[in-house]
Write a protein that binds this ligand. Structure first.
Ligand SMILES: C=C(O[C@@H]1C=C(C(=O)O)C=C[C@H]1O)C(=O)O
Length: 90
């Protein structure tokens, strides 16, 4: 079994990767924002968000983590909308 420092080192490595992935996601969200600005589409797309959350829930292997991970993705989507609304001056 790993000691606490070793476990935290692994968490830090994963967090590094998560930040990289979240920044890559936000770069794509930023492109969606530009598209919405040009087309006048609304920021919120409820059916798209429901589809994302369903896909996420289906991908989780350990059901013990479902609630936490789905809640995390709900926050990601909420903050993505917040970013878009700020960028669009809403
Ligand atoms: C990025 C979009 O805007 C919103 C945020 C989403 C996201 O962060 O994935 C998904 C749907 C929208 O409510 C989008 O429409 O694709």
């Amino acid at each position: 079994m790993m000691n606490l420092d070793e476990i935290r080192e692994d968490i830090d490595l994963l967090d590094t990767e998560l930040v990289r992935l979240l920044e890559a996601r936000m770069n794509l969200v930023s492109q969606v924002t530009a598209f919405k600005q040009m087309t006048g589409m609304k920021v919120l797309d409820n059916s798209r968000e429901l589809a994302i959350l369903e896909t996420v829930a289906n991908r989780i292997e350990n059901p013990e983590f479902t609630e936490t991970i789905v809640a995390t993705f709900k926050d990601i989507l909420k903050n993505s909308r917040h970013y878009q609304n700020d960028a669009l001056g809403n």
